[in-house]
Design a protein around this ligand. Sequence first.
Ligand SMILES: O=P(O)(O)OC[C@H]1O[C@](O)(CO)[C@@H](O)[C@@H]1O
Length: 556
Amino acid sequence: MSELPYTSNYPNTLPIWSQLQEHQAKVKQLHLREEFSKDPQRAERFFQKAAGIYLDYSKNLITDETIKLLTQLANDAGLPAAIKAMFNGEKINNSEERPALHVALRNQAAVPYKVDGTDVMPEVKAALNQMERFVWSIHSAQWRGYTNKRFTDIVHLGIGGSYLGPKVVSAALKPYWKAGLNLHYVANIDGTHITEELKHLSPESTLFIIASKSFGTQETIMNAKSAKAWFLRNGGLEEDVHKHFVAITANKQKAYNFGIREENIFPMWDWVGGRYSLWSTIGLPIALTIGIENFKNLLAGAYDMDEHFRTAPLDHNIPVILGLLGVWYSNFFNADSHAILPYDHYLRALPAHIQQLDMESNGKSVTHKGEAVDWSTGPIIWGGAGANGQHAYHQLLHQGTHFLPADFIMPLRTHNHIGDHHALLLSNCLSQSQALMQGKTLEEAKAELKAQGKTDSQIDELAPHKVIPGNRPSNTILFEKSTPRTIGALIAMYEHKVFVQGVIWNINSFDQWGVELGKELGEHIYQIITGENETNGQDSSTKHLIELFKKINNRI
Ligand SMILES: O=P(O)(O)OC[C@H]1O[C@](O)(CO)[C@@H](O)[C@@H]1O
């Protein structure tokens, strides 16, 4: 395992950590409602704009001192050196001895990005050119199906980072979709997913993209085999397969063995993590739907955020501020989850993508050196589209016993001007963060009931139910409109936020060993089901459940 190229510390042994603990004891006595009424400039002081993203972080449990101390924590934890190391292509993913160089994929400057001394930019550009030629050949119908029909449907087969990133971006940018091409995603190994997606498609006009960095992920390979079988069953011939299947992978040989022609294999690199890969050839379905120029704008938006992250002072740096606020709540307020609440139908898939990005990156419990941490690391990420969530889980946000910081995310302008929907949507978004912040006091609840004509005893009974504590923190993240550029910046912002937290927590945000055990055991269980292996060694629960499955499916 390689040495980290920057000094990392146990955060809770840093003197600044205890200063933050002392400071927290003071801050928790404050109420945001009073902080706002004391200081009319609060919103301006806790506000940043960069790369087209507006961040209002004034509704957080912070003072100027908090930001000062958290910035000190970032410095003492070695964040500036870690940022440099990431952009320099150093092997910051030390357990896999790899750089995490997704920033190279959106590099817009004429500067090299080196891995082991070799500039990767020529390969990155060549891959983008390959994508461009491919997108052009599909859009112009130069590349057609086996009966000479133009393609009407793209089916992207991939899972995890080879699915969630492309999915959120292609959905976010639906207004940019080229006419005449539909996009479908199949991720789950549950045969229902592929069955439902293929039900209404014709093999003559359907193109499959097999997206797997490893080309070994069970779900994707199984789906790819089923897709091929469907193609062959419904009129396609073995010699037509190359016209209907392309692959994106870092494992060319396996894709080739599957039957994909070499020229139809798009490269991936081991210095790009799956959950950071939508900017690579994994973004092919995005480029196919929104066009290559818009895909390049997406990269440019991410680059804007990269530059901001790389160069802005820590206390003006949006991903750094977001990361530090998350640390503040996780480690000093014991928050164990964080909500992602996009007020934009097009961005409804964002919570799922951020969930993988954050939880697979920072769901770790050993340091870079392998020692057990005794501080909390990545929170549980969850969320969903506003305003729908208001009629479901927001009750718990407002009155539950959990402490749940949240991000409200919304474009200021809509693509769909219909009635006054957008102003109402914004009103909902702002009223939620306002309600979380200010709450409702017992006196206010009583006055409200009195105004409704309730008797004194009714007021006493009902008022406690209507009290809302408030003082619950949130960020409001706005941008002018959902465009390729702003969406690029938004997602890059979250990537860097996650990295910032990983650095503070002294964990490796770029490996994911935790997912391996389940994969290995799954293989074994499958072998038991198929009779290739014995049930010996299985715990009684698993053994019993396997037997039940076999019995119900007549596999005994
Ligand atoms: O692109 P691949 O190699 O199929 O991997 C898919 C996903 O599986 C994981 O390895 C987790 O199982 C993710 O990190 C990754 O995004």
